[in-house]
Design a protein around this ligand. Structure first.
Ligand code: ATP
Length: 602
């Protein structure tokens, strides 16, 4: 599929999500908050179905995993020991022209010609040369110097003219010279700047950007100097959107901070201009400020750390033997530099993490075991194997303590991107927390009488990314007949019934027939305790089907006159069951409905 088609598809998905109440931008009526999303009434059902299924497969259907739910606000020592305070950062770069911020490692390598300028000087001098005042002050020179436009002579000329004016003995000329000398514009320098242009593009395009850059730096009439050019391949030093130079990368810590307890930011001591500042007050302020700083805590950037920190407690109460796991689903927060691609990269998101503890010799084998399990999981929620990819993370990208990591990636319309990371983290986390807390996190093996720190394999999946993958995977446009049998485009979300927000739509054929309505409500009462159903009596039946297709409801039941036994006594208490994808309809007894649907949505 072409790039534009993919972008178009993504746009349609985003718009459907809003229109049908899956996902809204957070605080939208106040202009929205970048990187934050709210799930609407259908989105929340989809999300819950996903989380419940993960919990069922990872915790309830296994003997070797237990769950937990840790606090979001996290003790700073936990995140110091885990390495997050020091090292949980992304390299950040800014566009020198627009100030737009990027994650350096996410910039695609570019090839083209670099135009570099040593500097730009203010060409106001030339404007000055052309001014009436200058012509009047030194009439003989005006014509001659105004011919010289070569920038490198500008500084020399400036000096000459200014010297001449100041030394002229004429008070008017002297003032003019002094004014010009002091003019701030003359002193400005923009420093070096460069632009990347694709080969074949006119250099003027680059110069235009450079002029804008120097103007932003306060040079009113920039004259570019020292232009050079050079061919370059695979550089990441330029803004991919406009070609302007980027700053050098700086590390930006992604953790959100907050303060615990009712502490105000200590107010800076008042300053009396006559008596100056009171040193004792200043010292007291400093102390209060340090205290305030030390009350700082973090919003967790991943759920994993609370699992490691509670490892010993959970081991003791669950009395599990290695290998065993601790699972958690919960919110995590990262102050992402560039939230983008809808919910894919958000600043607040949910994770589904499993820490699977084992003996050191089992680590590599379990890393492979979880690959099979996790791929099976995605297939069981309706993501086709063909859209999933396993990317082995190369040594240079992997955390230093990890002996093996792979990402499970999905073909989103905006590219192949990570859904889940699975890492063999060795004994790094538990060792770090044991060292920092001084509390033993060792495991005692009763058979071998050995004590050791368990190793861990971590499958860490994103709820929001998987929800987005489910929507992208399910989104389809096909052809279906309208009321009159004419083919029209049908928009459908082909969710796996297990994931679908609403499992069954229930319709009486006509809303003004009491007996049909009463029977349809009986069907609602029959199914409602077992699944989320939706009753709809408004509009033509075909329209009602379309509305359910668009939100991914896999089944619809229609109560008609046959159900009432009016046409054929044999069909009394049967309904039409319509399947979303094939649009096939079957006649089924109401008494068989619950069993038939239950197996399909399980
Ligand atoms: P990325 O490289 O995309 O930033 P990551 O490798 O830092 O992700 P992990 O720390 O391994 O991500 O987190 C595990 C999972 O949490 C990811 O696979 C993803 O599904 C989810 N996740 C991480 N960051 C975000 C985010 N900003 N928005 C939504 N989900 C996220």
């Amino acid at each position: 599929m072409s790039t534009s088609t993919n972008a178009e598809r993504m746009e349609k998905i985003v718009s459907l999500c809003k229109r049908r109440g899956f996902i809204f931008q957070s605080s939208e009526i106040y202009g929205g908050l970048n990187g934050l999303w709210d799930y609407g009434s259908l989105g929340v059902e989809l999300k819950r179905n996903l989380k419940n299924y993960w919990w069922r497969v990872i915790v309830h259907e296994r003997d070797d995993v237990v769950g937990m739910d840790g606090a979001i606000l996290t003790h700073p020592e936990v995140l110091k020991a885990s390495g997050h305070v020091e090292g949980f950062s992304d390299p950040m770069v800014d566009c020198l022209l627009t100030g737009k911020r990027f994650r350096a490692d996410q910039i695609e390598p570019q090839t083209g010609i670099i135009y570099r300028w040593a500097d730009a000087i203010d060409d106001s001098f030339n404007h000055f040369l052309e001014s009436e005042e200058f012509r009047k002050a030194i009439p003989g020179w005006a014509e001659a110097v105004s011919q010289i436009r070569e920038p490198r002579f500008n500084t020399v000329l400036t000096d000459l003219v200014i010297k001449y004016l100041i030394n002229s003995g004429d008070p008017v000329k002297r003032n003019l010279g002094k004014e010009f000398l002091q003019s701030e514009r003359m002193q400005k320098s923009g420093g070096p700047f460069s632009v990347l242009l694709q080969a074949g593009k006119p250099p003027e395009a680059a110069r235009k950007l450079a002029i804008q850059f120097y103007q932003k730096r306060g040079i009113t009439h920039p004259k570019l100097i020292g232009e050079t050019r050079e061919k370059i391949e695979n550089t990441r030093q330029f803004n991919p959107e406009n070609g302007a130079q980027l700053t050098a990368p700086r590390a930006f810590n992604l953790m959100f901070e907050t303060h615990i307890g009712p502490v105000d930011v200590p107010e800076f001591p008042s300053y009396d201009s006559e008596e100056g500042i009171d040193i004792d007050e200043l010292k007291a302020w400093e102390q209060a400020y340090d205290q305030w700083q030390s009350d700082m805590i973090y919003l967790r950037p991943e759920t994993a750390q609370s699992i490691f920190v509670q490892f010993k407690n959970i081991l003791e109460v669950s009395r599990k033997k290695l290998p065993f796991g601790i699972a958690q689903i919960g919110k995590a927060f990262r102050n992402e530099i560039n939230p983008r691609n809808f919910t894919f990269r958000s600043r607040e998101f949910e994770q589904m993490e499993l820490e699977y503890f084992c003996r050191p010799e089992q680590g590599m084998e379990l890393l492979e075991y979880w690959k099979v399990e996790r791929l099976k999981f995605y297939e069981n929620i309706g993501i086709s194997r063909a859209s999933l990819h396993v990317r082995n993370v190369p040594d240079e990208e992997r955390a230093f303590y990890s002996k093996g990591t792979y990402d499970i990636e999905y073909d989103f319309p905006f590219g192949q991107q990570e859904l889940e990371g699975v890492a063999y983290r060795t004994d790094y986390d538990l060792s770090q927390h044991q060292k920092a807390s001084g509390k033993s996190l060792e495991y005692f093996d009763e058979e071998t009488k050995q004590r050791f720190i368990p190793h861990v394999v971590e499958p860490s999946a994103g709820v929001d990314r998987t929800v987005l993958a489910l929507i992208c995977e399910g989104y389809a446009e096909d052809q279906a007949p309208d009321e009159k049998g004419k083919m029209e485009t049908r928009l459908v979300l082909r969710f796996h019934p297990r994931m679908a927000p609403i499992k069954c739509g229930i319709f009486p054929l006509l809303k003004n027939n009491e007996r049909l309505v009463a029977k349809a409500k009986e069907v609602v009462d029959l199914l409602r305790p077992h699944m989320f159903v939706f009753y709809d009596e408004s509009g033509a039946i075909g329209r009602r089907y379309r509305r359910q297709d668009e939100i991914g409801t896999p089944f619809c039941v229609t109560v008609d006159f046959e159900t009432l036994g009016e046409k054929d006594e044999k069909l009394r208490d049967t309904v039409t069951l319509r399947e979303r994808d094939s649009m096939k309809q079957e006649r089924i007894a109401i008494s068989d409905l619950l069993a038939a649907l239950s197996v399909r949505i399980a």
